[in-house]
Write a protein that binds this ligand. Structure first.
Ligand SMILES: Cc1ncc(COP(=O)(O)O)c(C=O)c1O
Length: 426
């Protein structure tokens, strides 16, 4: 067990969480102003981290500091503020590069989020490489944002979307997946961690299978980047997408990683300022990567806030965060599954951060509403993964998802809340 983690930003003495000897969760909580409030007369218990995570003060401060101190448009300015804003924006790109271990900052494209990153690849790489009769391979546990962009592409190109099945535990059936990689497959797109089930997919193995047939792999890392150390070179994936707002950073900013030769060969996504090096009515020459994919004035405060979030995560240590969340998940799995009438949806051996469940005779929305009255925020519904729900014969689940600031005591509050649900519907 590694040592650490005193919260870098809080000034009070360490108060180690009772069930974890290495992670100062109380210190961490002090860094998140939003957590210290009541909801419906109870201390807020925020267990909706897979939807979006809360922001440490360092992130909020970085954004305020930008607007108060050096707001200016970037890249084209010759004045002090613009040069400073440009330097900070590009520094953020380098921070992201190091965080996911990309080979070059040029491989980091700032986008609005995971959704936009996947659409970008479908509309550029996809439109060039996928033709009539070709296939795009995804899995049965994808979020809608890793389904619909490929459906749009397949519809336009008269190509076919193939879907690799999952088993009753919510694990990808690798043999079936491999069989579906065929001569017409042009790209594989797969989630790293399922937002609906918590399943962690064996990305390195999937990439090896696809690369053996020269097929590139896009990874939807929306749920993985906040939860585990991601090394894109080790995974050897070709594209990797994630969102700032799920990674303790701001909304409106996300990242597309792509291997440089692929990005260089791809056509632009959108046209406009910034993505060009020269324009005439006869011919436009595109800017070099990554700017070719960042048309118009970008979200400037977004990367600056994301950088602060990544620095925060780095100070805590992704390994410590992953271990803390695993311990929470194990504790919650044991306690929640022991409640009579509760069935867990998603029981993969490799799981992270997400506990999806249903309760006999109670609609998930009712579970969510009663828990809300106890100050507990969970998510109920299809989690933008309707095909996953269909696979389990459901239209919705209740989902508690954990973040780095959650505690065992909050899991206990969830369990008490669920017992109350039982009583109400008893
Ligand atoms: C696995 C997964 N992929 C993609 C997305 C979409 O992310 P965003 O809405 O930030 O673009 C989400 C969001 O819930 C997700 O959980």
């Amino acid at each position: 067990m590694t040592t650490l983690a005193r919260s870098p930003l809080s000034s009070h003495a360490p108060a180690l969480d009772a069930f974890h000897s290495g992670f100062d969760v109380e210190g961490v909580r002090a860094d998140f102003p939003i957590l210290h409030q009541q909801a419906h007369g109870h201390p807020l218990v925020y267990l909706d981290n897979a939807a979006t995570s809360q922001k440490p003060k360092a992130v909020i401060d970085a954004i305020v500091h930008y607007y108060e101190g050096y707001n200016a448009n970037i890249h084209r300015g010759v004045h002090y503020l613009s040069e400073r804003a440009t330097a900070e924006y590009e520094a953020a790109r380098k921070t992201v590069q190091k965080f996911i271990n990309a080979a070059s900052p040029s491989e980091i494209i700032f986008v609005r989020g995971t959704t936009e990153a996947i659409n970008l690849v479908a509309q550029t790489y996809g439109r060039v490489h996928v033709g009539a009769g070709d296939e795009v391979l995804i899995t049965a546990m994808e979020h809608h944002s890793n389904i619909v962009p490929w459906q749009l592409l397949c519809e336009e190109k008269k190509a076919r979307l193939r879907v690799a099945p999952i088993n009753d535990a919510g694990e990808l059936i690798l043999d079936e997946f491999e069989k579906l990689i065929g001569p017409r497959t042009k790209i594989v797109a797969v989630g790293h961690i399922s937002n609906a089930l918590g399943t962690v997919n064996p990305i390195a193995t999937i990439v090896k299978m696809a690369h053996a047939r020269n097929i590139p792999v896009l990874v939807d890392g929306a749920q993985a980047v906040p939860r585990m150390r991601v090394d894109v070179q080790q995974l050897d994936c070709d594209f990797y997408a994630f969102s700032g707002h799920k990674t303790y950073g701001p909304t409106g900013i996300g990242v597309l990683y792509g291997k440089l030769p692929l990005l260089q060969a791809m056509p632009p996504y959108q046209g406009g300022g910034e993505m060009i090096s020269s324009v005439s009515f006869e011919k436009t020459v595109y800017n070099k990567v990554p700017h070719k994919f960042e048309a118009g004035t970008p979200d400037i405060s977004g990367p600056i806030g994301l950088r602060a979030a990544i620095e925060y995560l780095d100070r805590l240590g992704m390994e410590n965060i992953a271990r803390h969340e695993h311990e929470l998940l194990a504790y919650a799995t044991e306690k929640v599954s022991a409640i009579p009438g509760v069935r867990l949806i998603g029981t993969a051996k490799e799981k992270a951060g997400v506990l999806s469940f249903v309760m006999d005779g109670v609609h998930p929305h009712d579970i969510g509403t009663i828990l809300d009255q106890e100050g507990i925020a969970i998510r109920t519904g299809h989690h933008c993964a309707q095909p996953v729900m269909a696979r389990f014969g459901l239209d919705a689940t209740a989902r508690a998802s954990f973040g780095l600031y959650n505690t065992k005591q909050e899991v206990d509050a969830l369990v008490r809340g669920l017992e109350k649900v039982r009583e109400v519907f008893g």
